[in-house]
Design a protein around this ligand. Structure first.
Ligand code: SF4
Length: 225
């Protein structure tokens, strides 16, 4: 446990608390913005997501009910800056409809399970876990491409992290998830902060072409690139 926790402490000391997701756009409830962001961010940069969220705000598409009942064309226009906008508009409408099936966000947050989220079209493990962690405050660790890149380069790998499926080597999401969850205290705020810190490190230093000078993890990094 110490090694992974040490990395967290190291990143925290270097970058300070990031406290992601301020949820300031007036979505109802505020946590719903996290769910929308988690769907919009698939295959695009966060700046494009922000543009789409601003458009949704200006068009009052900020609650499960307003999105579920919006015209498809209006939803597509609002989602356009995030790319794959037709697909994302459809997914947002389906997700909002699903939330309304619980009687609204309060019922959704109390009753939804991870399996139910994964059963929705377009919601994979990373999106589901982002929603559970950042919107519903559940202690689940989010694994994304940045996390795998950083920890592979560090030379810290979960057992069975990749396996062959139909001749292709796949990174096993659950091996990574289990690895973090079993090596960290069961602490929602720590999980939130750690994921944000990993993303920050990957953007500033551990890029596709790494910038190791000044990286807070350089000492001890095996640079397995
Ligand atoms: S030292 Fe370089 S390779 Fe290692 S984590 Fe930092 S940026 Fe990535």
């Amino acid at each position: 446990m110490a090694e992974v926790l040490d990395i967290y402490q190291n990143l925290l000391e270097h970058f300070g608390k990031l406290e992601w997701w301020h949820m300031e756009r007036g979505f109802t409830p505020a946590e719903f913005e996290v769910c929308v962001g988690a769907i919009l961010t698939q295959n695009t940069s966060w700046s494009n997501v922000e543009e789409a969220l601003e458009l949704m705000k200006s068009r009052k598409l900020t609650s499960p009910l307003s999105i579920a009942t919006a015209k498809t064309k209006d939803m597509e226009e609002a989602a356009r800056p995030s790319g794959f906008y037709k697909q994302k508009a459809e997914r947002l409408k389906m997700f909002s409809d699903f939330v309304m099936g619980f009687g609204g966000f309060r019922g959704f947050s109390k009753g939804v399970t991870r399996e139910q989220l994964l059963g929705l079209k377009g919601i994979g493990p990373e999106t589901a876990d982002s929603i559970l962690l950042y919107a519903l405050n559940m202690p689940v660790f989010v694994i994304d491409a940045y996390t795998k890149r950083v920890f592979k380069r560090l030379g810290i790998l979960p057992k069975g992290y990749s396996r062959k499926i139909a001749g292709k080597t796949m990174n096993d999401y659950y091996a990574w998830k289990r690895f973090f969850e079993s090596n960290l205290p069961n602490d929602t705020n720590l999980y939130k902060e750690f994921h944000a810190l990993i993303v920050e490190l990957a953007k500033q230093h551990c890029r596709k072409k790494p910038v190791c000078a000044g990286c807070p993890l350089e000492k001890g990094c095996r640079k397995m690139i």
